[in-house]
Ligand binder design. Sequence first.
Ligand code: SUG
Length: 453
Amino acid sequence: MTLHFHEVNFDGLVGPSHHYAGLSSGNMASTSSRGEVSNPREAALQGLDKMLALAERGLLQAVLPPHHRPDFALLRRLGFAGSDQQVLLAAQLEEPALLCAACSASAMWAANTATVSPSPDTLDARVHFTPANLNAKLHRSQEHPSSTRALQLIFGDTRHFVIHPALPDSGALGDEGAANHMRFARSHGEPGVECFVFGRSALGQGQGQGFDGPRRFQARQTLEASRAVARKHTLAPDRTVFIRQNPAAIDAGVFHNDVIAVSHLNLLFYHEDAFWDESEGLAALQQACAGAGFDLQVVRVSRAEISLQDLVESYLFNSQLLELPAGGMLLLVPAQCRENPRVSAYLDKLLRSGGPIREVAVFDLRQSMRNGGGPACLRLRVVLNDEQMAAVRGRVLIDKSMHAVLTDWVRHHYRERLHVQDLSDPTWVTEVDAALRELESVLDLPGLYTHRN
Ligand code: SUG
């Protein structure tokens, strides 16, 4: 029997605590939205509408659940004591930023949930996942225990899936997951080339030597973390490439590689400022692809066409590159790309060029975008064959009816206004509890929230 392989996009369902706390320095949108009033309901609906649109175009779309918030265990570990309500009030009064961190809905950015290597790339022909430790930012470092749990529930069939523990929690092993990882292949089911893009070498080894790091902002992903994930996933060394991010781009607000480059199958769509040494990086990638039996195709955007500032403002490269069932590639971009005249003109030119990208679809994801999360941040790509698809647990695939169920659930439970001041409101905490209890049965993932982190 021939097994067919598909790319399944698992999007993070935006949680009811979505708010603007300015927690991510180096992420311009997060910093500039600090203190604004958010609309969690609209955020979740915008995400669900994107999911439905892709499902209706014949693509496989699934959902990853939000995490339980507030994270009381984090606050208690930081010395807040008493009842849950006393903990929240003390945190609000003494350390409001810690309360925001403990309430963050940042798990919505599923590209940071894990690094995923599909079975054609791994020695034991299973799909390997390493949840990202996300230890560059406090509010994100609390995600991996819940992410691991969700992945274990959904991909619990050990005949097909391996869920590794996250890397040790050390800055030397900062790991941001799929946002700094790209996979190239002729087709999803053939052995591919996995490319890890790192920002710094914590231990000063190998390629890490002799480089100036970013000066303004921290590079989140380390070479040591990328190498460890590649080893754990048993990737073939000749089909694994490590490329360094350009520190100047990190300083301009490119905090993940997926803000400046995106790939699909053998196509790389990227900006000339993405990598530290563009020609060396591209050569290594081309060589690995040639060794795997296919040619790398590139669409390169120059600085003269789009500046770093324009790409950070528009999130042009945080788009999703998707292969349409009828053939040709679709570029799914955020609305900001059509609002920036230079980026919009570039997209028109791209469509006229006769290249592989045939269509541009525009989505309003403003709620997430104001925290620096575009279309590509919201999704985790998982390449699965038919048997692996059948082994996925829970009701996580999105079709019209599941979209309707989740939309109703959001409308019923989510607020339309949330401000950092609201995070210690006991009524809101009770609302979130009730919402998540119900979601556990909607998604048919028993035990998802039983174990609180
Ligand atoms: O890690 N924003 C996220 C955005 C992540 C985007 N993901 C990818 N590029 N794949 C981050 O910086 C902001 C939260 C706040 O400020 O409240 C935040 O965490």
